[in-house]
Design a protein around this ligand. Sequence first.
Ligand code: BES
Ligand code: MN
Ligand code: ZN
Length: 501
Amino acid sequence: MISVELRRKRWQQIEADAVVLFVPEEQVPILGQDTSTHVPALQTALETGDITGKAKSTVLLYTDKALRAPRALVVGLGAEAKLNAETVRRASAVAAKRAATAKLRHIAIPVPQHSVGSLSAEEFLQAAIEGAVLSQYRFGKYITAPRDNGLLERLTICAANTAEQQRFRSVVEYTRILCEGVFLTRDLANAPPNEIYPETLAERARETGNQAGFNVRILNKAQIERLGMGGLLGVNRGSTRPPVFIVMEYWGTRRTQPPIVLIGKGITFDTGGISLKPAANMSEMKADMHGAASVIGALSVVARLRLPLNVVGLVPATENMPGGSAMVPGDILRFLNGKTAEIENTDAEGRLILADALVYAERYKPQAVIDLATLTGACVVALGNVVSGLFGNHRELLERIKQAGERTYERVWELPLYEEYEELIRSDVADVKNSGGRNAGAITAALFLKHFVGDYPWAHLDIAGTAIAPKETDYMPKGGTGIGVRLLVELLRTWTPIPLE
Ligand code: BES
Ligand code: MN
Ligand code: ZN
């Protein structure tokens, strides 16, 4: 990842390829400093109208020789009245990309001297770092010959004095750790399925736990059989690679305090199984473990921040393959809690592995359980790539997730779990059927999960549309987006015990 450092140095003295200056439409450079004396072209550019302050517009200027940075990169924020953290993230991302395109390697951002619109200086800085850093991601480990422009290597945040340095240190530290979590999640999601399969995913979880400070236990196939996780074993039957069930525990406070359990769908490749998917775009299904990747990424951040909470991550992981011994439509599986499901479609596999994890979660007597899953194409049909589907059984938990979604812009949209939909997944031969057909597909998938939810507050996030981006946008790459990490960390960072309902 691009290195992020906070230095006690006025931006006029920083040695960098460019200093980024944010300008709102009102055309007041927000530094609150006299930029005109050191960036004489700035005044001209404002007067000629070359700088508009229009959101995401950029102008690259040359500074006067007195400055150590030869360039000032002016980026617009739009109208100050409408400004929010997302505007800043996007503007900062565009600035960072503009600098990278100009083959620059090191940019500097001065800390804001005062609040900007409705944002405190800290909020502004966090958003600016997130936008710049998250835009500088590439899954490049398999590309042997360098292409196009390369990425920025350094981001320096300039604090003019010791007081400023003290004040912004924790924001810079926090945001760096957060972005590292997002990068880890993106890397895991983007890794090819011949690199990340259940056992290697578990290995990566173990390494992450060792580095970040959480415990990792990996249940192997024999242990999964002994427990009786019939959903995970059923999906695994067509695969030559064994399943794993990954248990990650971060104890940040007294062991007696019940944990929050995060569950991530860990299908390392989804062919659909015997109900085989069409060939077009099937490779995207290497990211069908994005939910798992999000949980690992979020836990790494929570542990590195030493949040005073207990958090458990559970990842059932397997491929979904159409082998000779694969489960077939008509099969009936028996889950960890003894309940049964008729297999209508082997491509509705995510809910089968999550069912066992939701039952397993009960043993923690959790405060809350949140699962993240690239669960249904139907959710993508309903909400596109803009917002994740949200479901659950506990009003306060859902509202908190919505608020964290607004703050991080990893937004969620609640869909109903009305009883009337149940008939779609009624089975004649088992407790429930694993597919309800095309209608209300995201809802019937969530309703299926609800059959396995214990006596705890529960929320389900269907991230099928938000985890895998069809194209690059400001600070999101094409492919694995890292969705869920910032959302979960924001939720947990502000966590207080939730009332019973
Ligand atoms: N992993 C897919 C869902 C998916 C689709 C994720 C597109 C990301 C992008 C899931 O396992 C699946 O195949 N769901 C089926 C369910 C159906 C058979 C009831 C679907 O959505 O078509
Ligand atoms: Mn599937
Ligand atoms: Zn799937």
